[in-house]
Design a protein around this ligand. Structure first.
Ligand code: FAD
Length: 419
């Protein structure tokens, strides 16, 4: 712990950070590894960490085209929850929640996990019934869920407009008290440091531009830092999945890439100590520890690989915020940004061996892959190490789309615009 003491912080500040120990090494690529993981986002790094920690596989490289955190892991709005309806998703995301609850301890790195709750607002009787059904299903599977009345919502968030004359009157809500937020880049850094200390090579500024093949079998990758051979190659490239898979000759996947924007306001005194989602549109908001409001909405409605969005969604998101919290009309937005989301056609992820021999695929995270990071890494590592799925990702196959066994979690993942 000495390296993080107040004294060492002061010494480093005064010495121009000369003694600062990097959190992970900057190794040169080796000629070959047991496993190469494409994508140094949360999922790739967590996979490397659990490969080393749970399976003793440490001859691993994570290959990242930019710097760690440059993708969606550093661009999301950090909501963590397990409030799904369908059992495969509920079980998987609840396992993730349990890993989150011990993550700072496990990584010995403060990921600032804050269980401040996530509240879904209902605006029609049918929606309230729907939430009651989802809450029952969650509780049935051992996940916390509470229906909230209008009066309880007002007590929790005095600034919200619960009047009958509101643009979309609120009838109640579904709360998951154990849900919350985490510091997103700390998650990337914590997993990176944990993997590095177990011997994993993290290769930044190393873009995969092709695959090495022996017939159908994938035997390595071609990168901007040279060729790297590997017994197993795992793809965890999130919004770039389509592009990366095209390099292996896989042209058609049940994934669309869409831009998702997010926004942060100027700092306000603390007034919102939960994350709240609007039920009549795609709007949600929380307040960071620094006081800024962090909020977002729906996807931009066209396919894109550009990490920036367009004005119509900005207007839509602001209108939804003011519909819920009229007193925020004069708050200034400070920054906006965007990431590219890998939208699966049923709103559920894909974690599987294949589709080529020697290859493993992790994608389809839609709006919600940040909260999945621990369980995704845990299950993907199991799938890679043992060449069979963990029971928690057994349903998340690629072929479910042509077999017709989709896990259709509408409203949680894929947007209605895509249907
Ligand atoms: C605005 C926004 C808000 C969001 N809010 C939430 C939220 O509140 N809660 C939640 O659970 N989820 C949220 N998400 C979704 C979540 O961020 C993603 O699903 C998740 O981060 C994706 O996994 P990842 O971290 O591994 O992705 P990324 O961090 O995107 O990792 C993929 C990496 O692959 C790299 N890569 C791509 N191509 C190559 C190549 N050829 N060679 C080498 N490397 C390559 C990329 O540079 C990138 O770093 C949000 C997303 C966005 C954009």
């Amino acid at each position: 712990m000495a390296e993080y003491s107040a004294l060492s912080l002061l010494r480093n500040a005064l010495s121009g950070n000369k003694d600062w120990k990097p959190a992970w090494r900057k190794p040169a690529p080796k000629a070959s590894y047991d496993v190469v993981i494409i994508g140094g986002g949360g999922h790739g790094l967590a996979t490397a960490y659990y490969l080393a920690k749970e399976h003793g596989i440490t001859n691993v490289a994570v290959v990242e085209k930019g710097y760690l955190g440059s993708g969606n892991v550093g661009r999301n709005t950090t909501a963590v929850r397990s409030n799904y309806l369908l059992p495969p998703n509920t079980r998987f995301y609840e396992h993730s929640m349990k890993l989150w609850e011990n993550l700072s301890h496990d990584l010995n790195y403060n990921v600032m996990f804050s269980q401040r709750g996530v509240l879904n607002l209902a605006h029609t009787p049918a929606q309230f019934d729907d939430y009651a059904r989802r809450g029952n299903s969650m509780r049935h599977q051992g996940v916390d869920a509470e229906l909230m009345s209008i009066a309880e919502i007002k007590r929790l968030m005095p600034a919200i407009d619960v009047s009958a004359s509101a643009r979309f009157p609120i009838l109640g809500g579904l709360m998951q008290p154990r849900a919350g937020t985490a510091r997103h880049d700390a998650v990337a850094w914590g997993y990176a440091r944990g993997a590095d200390r177990r011997g994993v090579d993290i290769l930044e500024n190393c873009e995969v531009t092709g695959f090495l093949r022996d017939g159908d079998r994938v035997t390595g990758v071609v990168t901007t830092r040279g060729e790297i051979r590997a017994k197993k190659v795992a793809v965890a490239a999130a919004g770039s999945t389509g592009r990366v898979m095209q390099l292996a000759g896989i042209d058609r996947l049940p994934i669309e890439s869409h831009v998702l924007q997010a926004f942060v306001s100027e700092s306000l005194k603390p007034f919102l100590d939960t994350v709240v989602t609007f039920g009549m549109g795609h709007f949600y908001m929380g307040q960071s520890d620094k006081g800024g409001l962090i909020y977002g909405g729906d996807l931009d409605g066209y396919n894109s690989y550009a990490q920036r969005g367009n004005l119509p969604i900005v207007e839509e998101v602001m209108a939804e915020m003011v519909a819920l919290f009229p007193s925020l009309a004069s708050v200034r937005m400070l920054r906006s940004w965007a990431g590219v989301c890998d939208m699966s056609m049923d709103g559920s992820p894909i974690i599987t061996a294949g589709p080529l021999p020697g290859m493993y695929l992790n994608c389809g995270w839609c709006y919600g892959g940040f909260k999945a990071t621990p369980a995704s890494g845990f299950c993907f590592a199991h799938t890679i190490a043992r060449d069979e799925p963990h029971e928690l990702n057994a349903a998340f196959t690629l072929d479910r789309f042509h077999r017709g066994t989709v896990i259709d979690e509408k409203g949680q993942g894929a947007t209605p615009r895509l249907h």
